[in-house]
Design a protein around this ligand. Structure first.
Ligand code: ZN
Ligand code: ZN
Length: 332
């Protein structure tokens, strides 16, 4: 992990088609070296879709990436966030302040603001969930320690000037973009679609490298919402996807199918991990993810994903939660 942290990349910008720029911004996360912000020409400036994460020196990476496309922060006339995760929203406050523009984002961003505004309370809630899920005291203590000086990656929590809901449109030189709610990865997630060119700005809902992440604890069934959101995006018939991480890709349908398949497979694995006897979520994790090392770096993410699948199986009547300290699960 330390190697990834020290081997920092620089912000880089490139044109992917006339009037569309990919700004590739570095991240400090193991296995996720960078994220994309997309600048789309609009009048005498650009609309910026997503912002990169706020870290020491991160605005310099954005400036560098913009400069490679002959753009400046002052050219940004609107910031639109696909969702309120730090790598897509973290620099919004700084950019909006400097460019003097508006921020548009979906209103369900409490998953971010609660965390950023009262991290202690959010960590305490997460620890309680982990304890209920059978995580022993020692790793819990270590997690709490780590989180204490964990940087949120968000410059400041600012409210959107406009709620990014269906019906809102975003005008650019490439045409108008429509808003499509795609919760699952995060409750605030939307995709932006340009119908004439069939371009999709997909945030983290659809990525070139299929991988799942669910913001657990803010909605009744994140996995179910994610699957519904795949249907929403499929109906759009996008030809080219501009994702939140990695390169653009064209085989959008195959990626949607790949995600559906992965969700179905994981669901089966989670069900199988409850046999032959009822198990806690913590006991199930290494049985489900035998290909991913269970380490302090991955534990919280794998536990949250497992809990999201358990909730989904419960909501769809396939698993039963047995109350207790800790809670255990059995097939329905
Ligand atoms: Zn995200
Ligand atoms: Zn992301």
């Amino acid at each position: 992990m330390s190697e990834t942290n020290t081997k920092r990349e620089l912000g880089r910008g490139e044109s992917v088609m006339a009037g569309v720029y990919r700004l590739r911004l570095p991240l400090p996360w193991p296995g996720v070296p960078h994220c994309n912000a997309w600048a789309v020409a609009a009048g005498d400036g650009v609309v910026l879709f997503d912002t990169g994460m706020h870290q020491p020196g991160s605005m310099a990476h954005l400036e560098r990436a913009l400069q490679m496309c002959h753009l400046r922060v002052e050219d940004i006339n609107l910031v639109v966030c696909t969702h309120a995760h730090s790598d897509h929203y973290g620099q919004a406050a700084t950019i909006v302040e400097r460019a003097g523009c508006e921020l548009w984002m979906h209103p369900n961003y409490q998953h971010m603001s609660q965390w950023a505004q009262d991290t202690d309370a959010a960590v305490a809630r997460r620890l309680e969930v982990a304890r209920q899920s059978g995580v022993p005291e020692e790793p819990l203590r270590r997690y709490a320690e780590q989180r204490k000086d964990h940087d949120s990656g968000i410059a400041a929590v600012i409210e959107p000037d406009r709620a990014l809901l269906p019906g809102v449109t975003i005008a650019t030189d490439l045409g108008t973009w429509t808003v499509h709610e795609t919760p699952g990865h995060a409750p605030s997630h939307v995709c932006l679609f340009q119908p004439e060119r069939r371009l999709l700005i997909s945030g983290d809902h659809l990525l070139g490298r299929i991988s799942l992440f669910f913001d657990y604890g803010f909605s009744p069934d994140p996995v179910g919402e994610f699957v519904n959101s795949l249907d929403v995006v499929e109906r759009l018939g996008a030809r080219l996807c501009l994702p939140g991480h990695g390169r653009t890709f064209t085989d959008v349908h195959a990626h949607i199918e790949g995600n559906r398949k992965l969700v179905a497979e994981r669901s089966e694995r989670v069900l199988a991990a409850m046999a032959p006897e009822p198990a806690t979520a913590f006991e199930m994790v290494p049985r489900i993810y035998d290909d991913i090392p269970f380490s302090p770096a991955t534990a919280a993410w794998l536990l949250m994903e497992t809990l999201s699948f358990l909730l989904h199986l419960q909501v769809t009547g396939r698993a039963i939660k047995i109350p207790g300290e800790p809670e255990r699960w059995e097939p329905a």
